[in-house]
Structures are given as C-alpha cells and as structure tokens.
Design a protein around this ligand. Structure first.
Ligand code: UDP
Length: 463
C-alpha cells in the first residue's frame, strides 16, 4: 500500500481554545496535516467558533460546552478565563470525542477512513488532555507559545520552591537559573491574578502534559530556540516537535482562522507610503491597557513624527467593555496625513508590506513569529502572560527589537520610535531581523514529517 493511501485512513482530532492566538496556529497545523493525507476533525467551542466555510477540507464539530460563565467573555484576568474554559469544556469535549470514536468503530467494517489516530489539543487545555487519555486516545499538546515559555511553565514548581516565585522586588534583575536569559522580571505574569492562582493553573497544565500527553508540538523552530527545546525534551522524556513557524509552513491563506474581519483598506493606504517608513502598532487580540497608557501611546506616536498604522481594537482600553475607545481630543488633527487607525488589520499582509519598517507589539507569540518571518524589527511592550518572556528573547537573545520601557511615557515612546525607525540601533536590529527571517524561511518541514510518522504509529486503546 502506498504511504499516501495508508495515511488517508487515519484521522486526527484537533481542539483549539477559542482565542485568536490559539485558533490560528491550530488551523495552520490542521492545513499541514491535511496536506499530508490525514483526515482532520476540528472539535471547537461554540464561543468564538471558527467559520467552517473557510476550511472546506476540514470537518468541524461543535462540542457544545456548558454555558460559559461571564469570566470567559468578560474582561477577567486570563487565569480565571482559562480555569473557567477548562471546566466548561471537559465533559463536552470527552462526549464529543467519545462520539467520534463510536462512529469510527461502526465504520471500520466497510470504511476505516474514520479511525482516530490521535488528538492534538491546545496545550492550555489540561482538561481535554486528561479527557483524551481517559478515552485511550493518544494526545499531543500544541504549545501556541514559545518553547522558552513552556519551559518556564515546567520550571514553575521548582522556582516557587526556590523562592523565585512570587517574584521579589529586590530580585527582579536576577537571572533565573536554568531559564537564562530570562530574569525574574521576565517570568510569566498575570496582573490581577494572585501568584497562588497562577501557580495552581500552571501546575495543572504541566501535570496534564506529564501525565496525559504523548508529546508536545511547539510552534517554533530550532534555529531560534534549540536550547529551550532540548531542555523540554530532557525534562519530559518524550518528543517535542518544533513545527514552526506554522504561518510560513502552512498552506492556509493569511486570512484563515481570523475571528474578526480585517480592515483591508489599510493595505491601499500602505501602498502610498515610502518603503520601510511606517510603524505598525498592535497589541494583539486580548491585551487591555489603562486609559492613561493608551493616551501616552497616542501622544508618543504623535510626537515621533513617524507615519503609523495603529490597531485600536474595540475593548483595547480596560474599563471600556467591548467599546471602541475614543482617540484623545486633538490626536487626529495632530497626526493628520501620516496616521491610520483601524479596528483590526490583516496583520500578516501588513507585516509583509514593503512600507512597514517596524512593529510596536505586545510580543504575543504569533505576532513575534510573524514579525520574525518578515524580517521586521520590533518595539516591545509586553503586557502579561508569556509576552515578557518573548520580549526578552526579542530584545536580548535575538537583538531584533528594543523595549518601549516599563512605563509607557510619550517622550520615551517618541524617542524609541525614532531610534528604531531611523537610528543606528534600529539599523542593526533590522539587519539582525533580516538574518532571522532567512533562518525562519529555511525552517524545514522535516519536523512535521516526524510528527506525522509519530501520529501514524499511535494506536488508540479503543481500536
Ligand atoms: N492579528 C490580526 N490583526 C490585528 C491584530 C492581530 O490579524 O489587527 C492577529 C495576528 O496576526 C496574530 C494574532 O492576531 O496572528 C494575535 O496573536 P498573538 O499570539 O500575537 O497575540 P494574542 O492576541 O494571543 O495576545
């Protein structure tokens, strides 16, 4: 039997968590697996459901999670959201997977196309990992963050025992043993959530991977995270497949997986700009900033004199609910002719546009990889969660960006933007970003081949 035919008989079940930064890489992985002959079913929550019409090659099945508490849909901190989501998904995910397995059994006699080889679930969904294990389905955890972040999560219990966590003011600049180049100040943090809650959540994630996963799949590539990947493999004693950058390797078009409609008008606006003249500004899909910070950002942009494209997402300002935040009085006039504000941008196309010279980013992992993939240097404004880890790698390890500063202040912003767009430091960072881009585009799909072989070698306990 030809390898392709054999592969066509196996099905992989994917389960992303319903956030932009999680759905996107999971659907990119889905496209890659489908391209290698595997049948793919995406189980998904009804909340923030992906649009099946955009992915005709995949099968979508809603799990009908229990009603999500307000915590998930409102502005609660991310730990509270993730705990609530896990609780709401556990039983419905198990039922949906069990139902797929039953269907598979019934079809085996005449058509074994539906034999579930394995599941890939969002690495933050410890409940789904456990549920798959209970059903005897081999499960892999997809890390939609960096290898360094995941290593940090695996190390958290040790760091807590060693007194590094909770982070102490006087140790903020100490390098964290085993996690260099991270300093204590770069460790995962969640404002508004106490350390005990964060540690408890991280322990659940780490325990689920150790106890229930056959391995991990990480959206990264060896050239930028070889050491962190090696440490993860050593710690877990099981495979960690570095299959990224998924957005470069996946055949999925840039717009697939987007939960909001992008304002494509900004591409025509960019067309009329000089090469590398525009600063693209976006803090991703979930970060919220205080109104005072938002205003400092605005006036910093105004003071920098640089042309800019700014994503002001509804909900960006804390306390505004899901409303579009009003721009400060006088801002439009002060930046007339050189600034464009949109509610949501086609980010990958924006970063690939020749007019874009730098990216002011919160350093979400997808945004970081997208910027690396286009050779665009970054101004880092990490807000929470893994963003501090990514910002440290961007600025210190790879040298492709600089921090906007602990406090966002208009004068410092204007200075940093000028440095990055036109200064010598910026030119150095741009050179480094270009060489990282070359390494990113040289990342091969060999790790994906290894992942597919691994999946096909799995036998779920129900077959
Ligand atoms: N994104 C986009 N348009 C925007 C802002 C963000 O398409 O205006 C996409 C971006 O390309 C990335 C994702 O949203 O793929 C954000 O993921 P990331 O991990 O960077 O941050 P998160 O939103 O999870 O904090």
């Amino acid at each position: 039997m030809a390898a392709g035919q054999e592969q066509r008989r196996r099905r992989v079940v994917l389960f992303p968590l319903p956030f932009q930064g999680h759905v996107t890489p999971m659907l990119q992985l889905a496209a890659l697996l489908h391209g290698r002959g595997l049948a793919v079913t995406v189980l998904h929550t009804c909340f923030n459901a992906p649009d099946p019409r955009r992915h005709p090659e995949l099968t979508f099945v809603p799990i009908h999670e229990t009603t999500l508490p307000d915590e998930v849909t409102s502005a609660a901190d991310i730990v509270t959201q993730l705990l609530a989501l896990n609780a709401a998904c556990e039983a419905p995910f198990r039922d949906a997977l069990a139902s797929l397995l039953r269907r598979g059994h019934h079809q085996v006699a005449d058509d074994d196309d539906d034999d579930v080889a394995c599941a890939v679930v969002d690495g933050q969904c410890y409940a789904a990992l456990r549920a798959a294990r209970q059903l005897g389905v081999p499960a892999l955890a997809l890390r939609t963050d960096s290898a360094a972040t995941f290593l940090c999560m695996l190390a958290y219990p040790r760091l807590r025992d060693a007194g590094f966590v909770p982070i102490k003011e006087e140790r903020l600049d100490d390098l964290v043993p085993g996690l260099e180049p991270l300093r204590a100040r770069d460790l995962i943090r969640v404002d508004g959530s106490d350390t005990a809650a964060l540690c408890g959540y991280i322990a659940r994630v780490a325990d689920a991977v150790r106890g229930s996963a056959s391995g991990v799949v990480v959206n990264t590539f060896e050239a930028i995270e070889a050491l962190a990947l090696a440490k993860i493999r050593g710690d877990l004693s099981r495979p960690a497949f570095a299959v990224g950058p998924l957005h470069l390797l996946s055949p999925a078009p840039a717009a697939q997986g987007l939960l909001r409609a992008p304002d494509r008008g900004c591409l025509a606006w960019l067309d009329a700009r000089a090469p590398r003249s525009v600063l693209y500004v976006s803090l991703g899909s979930v970060a919220r900033v205080a109104r005072a910070t938002f205003e400092e950002m605005a006036w910093g942009l105004a003071g920098s004199g640089a042309p800019f494209l700014w994503v002001v997402r509804p909900g960006l300002v804390a306390g505004d609910g899901e409303e579009a935040p009003p721009l400060p009085d006088g801002f439009a006039e002060a930046t007339e002719g050189r600034g464009k504000v949109v509610a949501w941008a086609p980010q990958r196309e924006v970063l690939a546009h020749r007019a874009v010279g730098a990216f002011w980013t919160h350093c979400g992992w997808n945004s970081t990889l997208e910027s690396v993939g286009e050779g665009v240097p970054m101004l880092a404004q990490p807000c929470f969660a893994d963003q501090t880890v990514n910002a440290r790698y961007v600025t210190h390890e790879w040298g492709v960006g600089m921090e906007v500063g602990e406090e966002v202040e208009r004068g410092r912003v204007a200075e940093a933007v000028a440095k990055l767009m036109a200064g010598e430091d910026g030119a150095r960072m741009r050179d480094k970003a270009r060489s990282l881009q070359i390494q990113a585009s040289a990342a091969t799909s060999s790790s994906m081949d290894g992942l597919v072989r691994f999946m096909l070698s799995r036998r779920n306990a129900n077959v």
